[in-house]
Write a protein that binds this ligand. Structure first.
Ligand SMILES: [Zn+2]
Length: 108
């Protein structure tokens, strides 16, 4: 690609980036748990365990942060994490274009 094509591609990617929406990082897991009450049926039967509980884990300034989410929050969180991956993919392409532009500058 020549410089003009790279610039065009960059403009397209820039627009895509602007449309990604909300983002967040980490993972959301749905887990079932025993409640610990001695007479509850969850004690002996794994199928009677309580949940699902939606646990969101993420890194923040090097520390692991864990939050318990409602179903609605978990769905939203998953959506924002997908957005984050999409943003990363676009940024990766922007990086590739930037590298090519740097390389091309050598001959001009
Ligand atoms: Zn129980």
């Amino acid at each position: 690609m020549d410089h003009e094509e790279l610039k065009e591609k960059y403009t397209v990617l820039q627009k895509q980036l602007a449309q990604v929406g909300y983002i967040c990082n980490g993972t959301v897991m749905s887990v079932y748990r025993k409640c610990g009450k001695p007479n509850c049926s969850c004690k002996d039967n794994p199928k009677m365990q309580h949940g699902p509980y939606h646990i969101w884990t993420r890194k923040e300034k090097g520390k692991t942060v864990t939050r318990s989410l409602s179903k609605k929050q978990a769905d939203r969180c998953s959506e924002y994490m997908d957005n984050f991956k999409e943003m990363e993919n676009i940024m990766e392409e922007v990086k590739e274009i930037s590298i090519q532009i740097i390389e091309q500058a050598k001959n001009s």
